[in-house]
Design a protein around this ligand. Sequence first.
Ligand SMILES: [Fe+2]
Ligand SMILES: [Fe+2]
Length: 431
Amino acid sequence: MPIMLHVDELKPGLCLAQAIYQGEQRLICGGQKLEQWHIDALRRRFPTLVVRVLDPILDGMAEFEDDTQNVEVATTITSRMSRLMSSVQAKIGARTSLDGSDLTGLQAAIKEVMDYLVAHPVTAAVLMRSGGTTGYLQEHAANVMYLSLLVGNAIRDYVYHERARTTRSRTLAVRYGLNLTPLALGCLFHDLGMLEFEDLLYTDAPLTPEQFQRIRQHPLTGVNLLPKETDAVVKTVVRTHHENMNGTGYPAGLAGDKLHVFSRIIRLADAYDAGTSDRVYRQAKTPARVLWELTCGPNRHLYDPLIARILSGMVQPFPIGAKIRLNCGRYAVVVRHNRRHPFRPTVIIAFDEEGRRLKKKQLEPPFSLVDHEEVRLVEFAGQDLTFLNTGPQPPPALGESPASSDSGVYEALHAMTAETTETNLFSMVYP
Ligand SMILES: [Fe+2]
Ligand SMILES: [Fe+2]
């Protein structure tokens, strides 16, 4: 299994484990032995790039979890959904709303995707980023759908399992359960009401008060763009995808048990994708940071805690092969995920304090961080991880802007929010 190195750590002679793409354009093939000019070009063009390189010695020391299928499935589904979302956008642009025949076609396409997912189960969610070559709303809808379906599948499987375990009757249709089609459609449609504001997603210009008010209504605007025969659950989740568990969301301020389970799933998938996306006005946060904020951060009360836990077990904070600095100063490489304790994977210490690769005879077997509480993760890909070493954070005081509220699609509104008493209302997507 390859290890992941930052572009600044690349050296001539290392062999790429995977091709490097920009959007759908392949820049360098997998298997390519890197030369200095490759490295210089990559550093110039992608200063934050992390690539996978082959490491036969580590491969012989540890049985790395294979995530090839996870990557393939995510790429297949999200690119397909992204194209589907493009066609939805084009139809809305031409006609201002969808009709029944559009709905039938979309349902058929979604069924194919769901069947594909059942036939190709994944063990961890991996989101592929297009590097800005795809429209934000298309890629966002595709990612939200993919994550939501994975979480929905996990919940459905649990329900099946419990039914089979607890019922005596073998004639009961134990596979009868949650129909995930409305969840998938809800994800695809959830930000239709944002289409008229799409230009604003690519600028850091402040919004006018009128734009702000209309954006707050985008869940309702989106519902009005749907065909009248759309399933009631789909309409519900589009309308409530920005509501929070503690009643601080919008547009209606619904709370807790008033929220459909699909709305709670989308709320989390939406926040995760927004937090980990690069925007013109904000650099993406790492998956580790976002997962920690959703499950342990001061704004965790906005989300369903059980679904947040499921999501953090499916979306791994560190990819297999990630090189992470430990509190002892040395660097470890992630060998295996830990679903129950996502921030405590199995690792092998493979680099010294200076970042030099340890010799084969210096390597010790991999170990689970769960069994070594004294070992702490402190840095990954240049980003500080010491927040992981703190417990759950208390919620922000009333009226105080949450520390992490400056993320998400609406961050472009900062200039305006600073002048209003409704600052938190702009943290609409993330947290
Ligand atoms: Fe939204
Ligand atoms: Fe969204």
